[in-house]
Design a protein around this ligand. Structure first.
Ligand code: FAD
Ligand code: NAP
Length: 517
């Protein structure tokens, strides 16, 4: 993020888009854009960018782009889809850039689909054809057969790694969809199911890929659904209850992305409507929002991942990321309650001039808000075999540490120490101070250190900002060569400085996890 000039906030941009000003220079006309035409608009004063086949004139948006003009210029006059997806595929550009839409890219001849098995198949067919028209010697036949075996093995491998499979069957009252992922250690966090108005969407995460079942069901089903997972063999069952006990002739009509297996980052973010059930004060400016998922949703947010909230602000859909926390820090290990997975708790700081958080703060109990599927690159396996865990948090950068702290203390067998160093401006800003102190009293492996950057003179604890000397004092292995992970989260410059200090202190890339968007 770069500092924007006064009058160039997101709210100012929304106002400009609603002003009726001609932002494309085309007086509302939509045109078909060729690659050559797109390439001509590659200057700051005249900049067009293509995202997913649609071309936008982003010239008027330049000064409003939170990432700065130079970032936007990287895609000037070209297809910026990949760049956009890398940096912020969650940003709702369709809504934000609606008034900048120039038109569609001119259609090019469609290339053959890039299925993994298509190349060997094509070669095989070509070879057979050539063979049928030529006379090969006996020796060449041997080599040829060997080639065929290799190709068949390749095809088998391609199918094995890319092809998921699903079946469905029914009883008098149930529809059961079975997905064979062949993924060992399949778990509830990797299965995302939504069923709204006969529309079923089941997404299974397999490594960095996503398999999707998306159908318009043949008949209506009841609101609640169940998901069963056979973890060892990777079998997932989605169980729907029929509304009427009639025999279904088919599961339903396949929708556009049905039965596809693609890279997770290429899958569009899916949102469901959730209800705000409570809003409680954590500090003077931070609140705990509790949202209920629809009964027909199966969604568990993994540790260290965030979701996106979407809501209209002044008529434009705005999206921002938030990291789910627990409702409180449990002092004893408990079996997850039956509400786990049915509710999402978010600890959110309300900024007095914040566009999104002000709108969030105005939500009333019972109001709805859209919540996305989880995202993030933290993996539980990074913690599973740890001995020392260090958590460096600043302000609401504490949120990813909440589930991590609880999980590490209850589940990680060889854990010797957990140290949380929590940076805030003042004592009043410390989130869940009491709970943290109680947990540290109860569990001797946990140490909590609060550091204040703007303390009152009564503060006897540590003060200052993140620094190399502070980290060298705090981040120390419990024994030489102990297995350690240092997690860091806060304002971007805080995180970047912290990572640099840690590297300077000799910690490796694998030993540091920085939470970012
Ligand atoms: P804006 O309108 O964007 O900004 C208004 C003013 O608020 C700014 O001028 C600035 O003074 C202040 N401000 C806004 N954003 C920031 C910021 N990011 N850092 C410092 N000051 C800022 N926030 C939470 O409260 N809880 C979370 O769990 C949480 N999780 C996040 C997870 C990820 C992956 C990321 C990237 C961010 C997360 N955030 C979280 C921040 C959140 O996404 C928003 O940036 C924040 O709520 C401000 O939005 P806004 O529209 O109200 O502020
Ligand atoms: P804040 O109250 O403004 O700051 C918390 C502490 O960090 C203060 O001590 C502050 O010191 C210090 N700090 C701020 N900027 C710094 C910098 N440039 N260098 C060193 N120290 C700095 O924080 P906040 O408003 O809660 O913001 C929390 C941030 O965390 C947001 O940016 C949010 O986007 C981010 N976040 C990210 C994720 C994620 O997963 N990526 C999750 C949650 C939150 P000063 O007195 O000097 O300001």
């Amino acid at each position: 993020q770069v500092p924007l000039k006064p009058g160039r906030s997101l709210m100012d941009w929304i106002r400009l888009t609603k002003s009726g000003k001609d932002l494309t220079g085309l007086k509302g006309r939509l045109i078909e854009v060729t690659e050559d035409e797109l390439a001509k608009h590659n200057k700051k004063e005249d900049c067009w960018i293509c995202i997913r086949g649609f071309v936008y004139n982003v010239t008027p948006y330049m000064e409003y782009h939170p990432g700065g003009e130079d970032e936007l210029m990287k895609a000037a006059g070209t297809d910026g889809t990949d760049l956009f997806d890398q940096v912020h595929r969650w940003v709702n550009y369709e809504s934000m850039l609606k008034e900048c839409l120039v038109g569609r890219m001119a259609v090019k001849p469609i290339a053959a689909p890039k299925g993994r098995c298509s190349t060997p198949l094509v070669i095989l067919v070509a070879l057979c054809w050539t063979l049928s028209r030529s006379s090969l010697s006996f020796l060449n036949w041997g080599a040829f057969l060997e080639l065929i075996v290799v190709l068949l093995l390749k095809i088998k491998l391609a199918f094995k790694t890319t092809r998921q499979r699903y079946d469905w069957f029914q009883t008098d009252s149930l529809i059961i969809i079975v997905i064979y992922t062949k993924q060992k250690d399949m778990n509830a966090e990797l299965v995302l199911v939504d069923c709204q108005d006969k529309r079923l969407r089941g997404e299974i995460i397999v490594d960095d890929h996503s398999y999707l079942i998306e159908v318009d069901l043949d008949h209506a089903v009841q609101e609640d659904l169940a998901v069963n997972i056979a973890e060892k063999v990777g079998k997932v069952e989605i169980i729907l209850k029929k509304k009427d006990n009639i025999h279904w002739k088919m599961l339903g009509q396949p929708l556009e992305s049905h039965n596809t297996f693609i890279k997770r980052t290429d899958r569009e973010l899916f949102y469901r409507k959730c209800k705000l059930v409570s809003k409680t004060e954590v500090t003077h400016d931070t609140k705990l929002f509790c949202l209920t998922l629809p009964k027909s949703t199966h969604l568990h947010v993994p540790i260290g991942q965030h979701v996106y909230l979407k809501q209209p602000v002044a008529g434009t859909e705005v999206v921002k990321p938030y990291t789910p926390v627990l409702p409180f820090l449990p002092l004893d290990f408990k079996e997850p309650s039956c509400n786990a997975g049915a509710q999402i708790h978010l600890m959110i700081k309300i900024y007095s001039c914040g566009l999104f958080t002000q709108a969030l703060d105005h939500l009333q109990i019972g109001d709805s808000i859209y919540v996305s599927n989880p995202e993030g690159n933290f993996k539980k396996s990074q913690v599973q075999t740890l001995e020392d865990l260090f958590l460096l948090a600043a302000g609401t950068g504490f949120t990813p540490m909440v589930k991590m702290l609880d999980w590490a203390l209850t589940e990680v067998r060889h854990l010797r120490t957990v140290k949380l160093i929590f940076f805030n401006k003042t004592e009043d800003d410390i989130l869940w101070r009491n709970q943290l102190e109680q947990l540290a009293l109860k569990d001797e492996r946990l140490e909590v250190q609060f550091v204040l950057s703007q303390p009152t003179k009564d503060w006897v604890g540590k003060q200052g900002k993140i620094s190399s000397s502070l980290l060298s004092e705090f981040v120390t292995r419990s024994r030489k060569d102990s297995k350690v992970l240092i997690c860091i989260c806060g304002p971007t410059p805080f995180t970047e400085q912290g990572v640099q200090y840690l590297k300077d202190l000799g910690y490796s890339q694998e030993e540091i996890h920085a939470f970012t968007a």
